[in-house]
Design a protein around this ligand. Structure first.
Ligand SMILES: *Cc1c(COP(=O)(O)O)cnc(C)c1O
Length: 375
């Protein structure tokens, strides 16, 4: 069976984990966590990047940083992971779902302004498949209406928009290092803070609401409980595992990109014949080959397609079931405007195997079977 995903492993992970153990520093914020934070800060140019225990928790931290209050409204796409929504629901926000664009499957920036009310506080830009939302327009709207922008860049680590790293453009960015993402520590994530005035607050919220980080740097002589917070920091063992991959991220990036480019090239004729649609990467976006998907004609065809691949030993999967029509989505949110693309994209999209180390042979076999199905 060709798996849909195999978590990346580049080679130094276990060595680094052993170093963390030998350092007698296996709790949070040890040397490897600091290296990972610095790696993200240097790449992205944000004031502060802080590892978290998951992408989900990065979003939850960002929602606290955004000071969401009961009844505030948050604009987000419905075609996303439940974590994008939960972070705000946990703070008492009301969700306002907006339709996506048929090309990138990202929130349609042209529909955002109409969904704004006097309760709106945050716009969440989810960069689907590591391909950026139209950030210039989203930032313009946010500026005009005095809103906070949170980037769910869980899939977008090492992707960029007009030369800027995803996660560094909005007020707060959220990364995931889950085993299904490009760079991984099993479970993990990071929150990125652009504004220097919010950097210390992010540290405090992440450290159980205490100013322990300032204390450890000698900036205060005792540490105390400052504000609402939780424990968002991962073990340094996990950070050690991740750092081995960040250090050699280019290898992972290049390997994934080779697979992505091959799929893209090989299915050109199928698209030209009107059988499938391939992903669209706008000129302003550099993506990270997080995902390769095809759009089938309809739900029925997709179901047959996935079954055909499965019968041939290939695991291909569909993706998000729209949040707005899910049980919790109905309870916590509303869809603003017309659902022209969200449900239809959700019905038609299928993701093909793509991971670091997918062999040429397996890749050729998947391509052959996809072509066979459409013959
Ligand atoms: C993976 C993912 C998350 C959650 O990240 P975890 O690390 O699994 O908690 C959130 N949003 C999106 C868009 C994701 O793809």
């Amino acid at each position: 069976m060709i798996s849909f995903n195999i978590p990346p492993f580049v080679g130094n992970e276990l060595d680094y984990v052993k170093q963390a153990v030998d350092n007698h520093k296996i709790c949070g914020d040890g040397p490897f966590t600091k290296k990972c934070n610095k790696w993200i800060e240097e790449r992205s140019g944000v004031t502060r990047a802080l590892l978290t225990t998951s992408g989900t928790q990065a979003l939850e931290l960002a929602a606290i940083l955004a000071d969401i209050q009961e009844g505030d409204e948050v604009i987000l796409p419905s075609f996303t992971f439940s974590s994008t929504a939960n972070a705000f629901v946990l703070r008492g926000a009301k969700l306002v779902f907006v339709d996506i664009r048929p090309d990138t499957k990202n929130i349609d920036e042209k529909l955002i302004e109409d969904a704004i009310t006097d309760r709106t506080k945050v716009i969440v830009a989810v960069h689907y498949a590591g391909v950026s939302c139209e950030m210039d327009e989203i930032m313009r709207i946010a500026g005009e209406h005095n809103l906070i922008v949170i980037e769910d860049a869980a899939q977008g680590v090492t992707s960029s928009y007009k030369g800027r790293e995803l996660g560094s453009i909005g007020d707060f960015g959220c990364y995931s290092f889950h085993e299904t993402k490009n760079y991984s520590m099993g479970e993990g994530g990071a929150v990125l803070v652009r504004d220097p005035a919010k950097a210390d607050l992010a540290e405090i919220i992440r450290e159980k609401g205490t100013d322990r980080s300032r204390f450890l740097r000698g900036q205060v002589d005792k540490y105390s409980w400052v504000t609402m917070g939780s424990s968002f920091l991962p073990s340094d063992m996990n950070a050690a595992y991740l750092y081995a991959q960040l250090e050699r991220y280019q290898e992972i990036y290049d390997d994934r990109m080779r697979t992505w480019d091959t799929y893209y090239r090989e299915f050109e004729a199928l698209e030209a014949a009107g059988k499938v649609e391939r992903p669209v990467i706008p000129a302003d976006c550099v993506h990270n080959a997080h995902m390769f998907y095809l759009m089938t004609k309809d739900l029925e065809e997709r179901t047959e397609f996935i079954q055909f691949l499965k019968d041939n030993g290939i695991s291909a999967v569909f993706h998000y079931v729209p949040l707005h029509s899910a049980e919790a989505g109905l309870k916590y949110g509303r869809f603003h405007g017309e659902d022209r693309y969200t449900t239809s994209v959700s019905d038609r999209l299928v993701r093909l195997p793509l991971y670091y180390g997918l062999t040429e042979n397996d890749l050729a076999y998947v391509i052959e079977k996809v072509k066979e199905f459409y013959r």
